[in-house]
Write a protein of this length. Sequence first.
Length: 366
Amino acid sequence: MKTAQFWYPLPERLIAQHPAEKRGTEKMMVLHRATGVLEHRHIADIVEYITDNDLIVVNDTKVFPARLIGTWEDTPGEVELLMVAAAPVDGAEIPTSIASGLDSLVWNCIIGSGRKCRAGQKAVFGPNRELTVTLLKPLSGIGMWQVEFSCVGKLEALLDEFGRTPVPPYVKREGTHEEELADRERYQTIYAKHVGSVAAPTAGLHFTPEIFAALEAKGVKRVSVTLHVGPGTFRPVKADNIEDHHMDFEAFNVSQEAAEAINACKKRGGRVFCVGSTTVRTLETITASNEDGIVIPGSGASDIFIYPPYKFKVCDAMLTNFHLPQSTLLMMVSALAGRERMLCAYAMAVRSNYMFFSYGDCMLIV
């Protein structure tokens, strides 16, 4: 299948640069898979589409201030660092656990600099050079290095002090303190728990305590899984054929409680509503080698790439944002609803002035 088949025209004015003024007021397009019917609603209306026989599954990962801007220790010049994942203890490149978090001082990072990097080179960060990074070895991937942090105090506290929220590259920021405070609050779900993501599971940004209370009052249950989202979520598909594209690995965990709730929902004939593509990827990964679709608890690293004509084992319905042209995320939702139907829905969203991407509006696929 050709990557060009997933292109659509998008005016730049519809790329959301800021979240809605109030969380929980975003527009929600509803796409009915069976008929292709589209409805124009708002996120609070999601309560009408989910019954007490269904189950909501969310990704409870937490974004941290993973972007650092500093200088090289030995020579002039700015350096930008994006922390991607805590390095596995065995020195491997692929993260296999969500547990290490900010307790680790060895990380896989993307280094942005106007100069060639070398092992042993040091960069310093913070107003008083409280944080030093030593480059250990280059990894596969453009600008990717394994580095070691040394710091005065706790790494997590220093990141909270002068790290920056890693908003997507299409969200333009001037670096003001006010912008950073706003992004710290709004580029985070209200149920975020496990620190480790450098990109938010953005479908979850729309939920409020009031929406969850309304769902609970209706008898709808909710469980969480965890997948730490990496920068690969924004990486464009450059291959002409989508089959030639490879996803980055991302660490995930599915608890015993979540697995039991999902399996019980499927057994009773209920629908599993996945909030976001990362939840879908987690559940479809954990059942990839299981023909009957039974969810087995466990941890690992996912590099699953979902595109048409993929057959879903767990996901029955999905809340998602509007995605970039020719992106892996658009390919995933096209696998769920059909490519032509999805592109027609996107064309309607453009005509109706929906806002796109991370801080934009959302779509419910049922």
